[in-house]
Design a protein around this ligand. Structure first.
Ligand SMILES: [Zn+2]
Length: 442
């Protein structure tokens, strides 16, 4: 039982703390040598925590590729531990496309600007601010916390969360649930704030397609042309019309939208499109969760106009509906045809977790304490997060980075977008809500 009200947390420093994290460039280019290591950001986190008496540990999967983990004692030892995690890396930013320095951490016009402002140094800073407040004012989280700041999320977590789960599963022992990106933010539907808690993720299947043929002179007859074979397969895949497959999560969300707007709910594609549109800035997120998507994303073949190459390659980014991963993989191979070699380079299963859960009730209670008219709804994420790795340890992952957002702010466009920024008020709302949630205030 806390005698301190976690909601009375001082949130005046969270934006500057987030700005400091943004100024540490942790651009993740994948295996490309331009990738900046997370180590300086990890050191910053460890030093910050040390000031408040926390001992945290750095784990490197490769030199410089650093994740930070610490445990925080809970006030109720009967409850299982909760993982609270963020990632330290960000996607790269081309500064010519920005109106501010992407790594400047500028605060102006009521926003904090910079790469990572929403994805997800905002949550990193919110977590750190709440941990600092626990020590400053003397309160404990209700549940024991396992706090993690992972490397490499933006390249699939191979050198971050996945590496930690494979090499240090003991760090997560005793945890049953996790919270992280991407959920807990508000959209306006029918004039009301609807907070979307992420309760699932689509699967992911990144594939390379290879066509082999007979190399030769561009002037000769050649019915075994690798480029023609690959292009035919890629165009079949790109044009495939996938069926609508509503998961429980998507159904509950769209039924809620129908209720709030008076629009009809049915599986008719036009009805569904109208409901998705009502979600405004979140509609690109939700619109991609009604069916499997498979987008051709790369093509490579040939080196000279008068030479038929012996090989051509392409890539497809497929995001199957959870539970249909094997079927979707089979369909891609059928579409590609027997001439094409299809190889999965990254493949993860999607998942859906219960919306009707204690933890979701606590998220709702924390949000409602800040925004009494709020409506809470589940949603399925079309992308992937580090929660997928933790799921392998039996830890149920939710997306909960609480942010009350203004109606004219295009949240989904901020993710990996130019001029990424977060409203200062949203950061402060999020910090208070996170403190309430972790403190167990009802
Ligand atoms: Zn992210």
């Amino acid at each position: 039982m806390n005698h301190v009200d976690p909601a009375a947390i001082d949130t005046s420093t969270v934006a500057e703390l987030c700005a400091e994290l943004i100024r540490i460039d942790t651009s993740n280019y994948g295996v490309d040598p331009r990738t900046k290591p997370e180590r300086p950001a990890a050191d910053f986190v460890v030093d910050f925590l040390k000031k408040y008496g926390y001992e945290s540990e750095i784990y490197e999967s490769e030199p410089g590729r650093a994740s930070v983990v610490l445990r925080v004692e809970g006030s109720n030892p009967d409850l299982p531990a909760l993982v609270v995690h963020g990632h330290l890396d960000v996607v790269p930013a081309i500064s010519d496309n920005w109106t501010v320095d992407p790594f400047g951490g500028e605060i102006k016009d009521g926003y904090l600007w910079g790469r990572g402002a929403v994805d997800m140094k905002n949550m990193d800073a919110m977590i750190l601010t709440v941990l600092a407040d626990m020590k400053t004012r003397g309160w404990k989280p209700e549940r024991e916390l396992i706090v993690a700041f992972f490397a490499d999320e933006e390249a699939g977590g191979v050198l971050g969360a996945q590496w930690m789960v494979d090499n240090h599963p003991e760090l997560f022992a005793g945890a049953t649930e996790a919270i992280s990106e991407v959920g807990g933010y508000s959209v306006q539907v029918g004039g009301q704030n609807v907070y979307l808690i992420q309760t699932g993720e689509k699967g992911m299947n990144w594939m390379t397609l290879t066509a082999n043929g007979r190399a030769g002179h561009g002037s000769q007859v050649n019915h075994d042309n690798a480029i023609t074979k690959l292009a035919t397969a890629i165009s079949r895949i790109g044009q495939e019309q996938w069926p609508i497959e509503l998961t429980d999560t998507v159904r509950v969300l769209l039924e809620k939208v129908a209720e709030l707007t008076g629009l009809p709910f049915s599986e008719d594609p036009d009805d569904l499109a109208a409901l998705v549109k009502e979600l405004g800035p979140a509609s690109p997120f939700v619109g991609a969760t009604l069916k499997t998507q498979a987008n051709p994303t790369q093509l490579d073949g040939g080196y000279k106009v008068n030479v038929i190459p012996g090989v051509a390659t392409g890539a497809v980014d497929m995001r199957p509906i959870p539970g249909t991963e094997d079927k979707a993989d089979y369909i891609i191979r059928e579409l590609a045809g027997s001439d094409i070699d299809v190889t999965s380079i990254v493949r993860t299963s999607g998942y859906e977790v219960p919306f009707d859960a204690n933890l979701v009730d606590q998220m709702s209670a924390a949000i409602l304490a800040e925004d009494p008219d709020a409506i809470i709804a589940p949603y399925l994420l079309s992308g992937g997060t580090d929660n997928k790795s933790l799921m392998q340890l039996g830890i149920t992952g939710y997306g909960f980075v609480p942010l009350a957002l203004p109606a004219d702010y295009n949240f989904s466009a901020m993710f990996h977008g130019n001029d990424e920024r977060v409203p200062l008020e949203s950061l402060e709302f999020g910090t208070r809500t996170l403190a309430r949630f972790l403190g167990g205030v009802r």
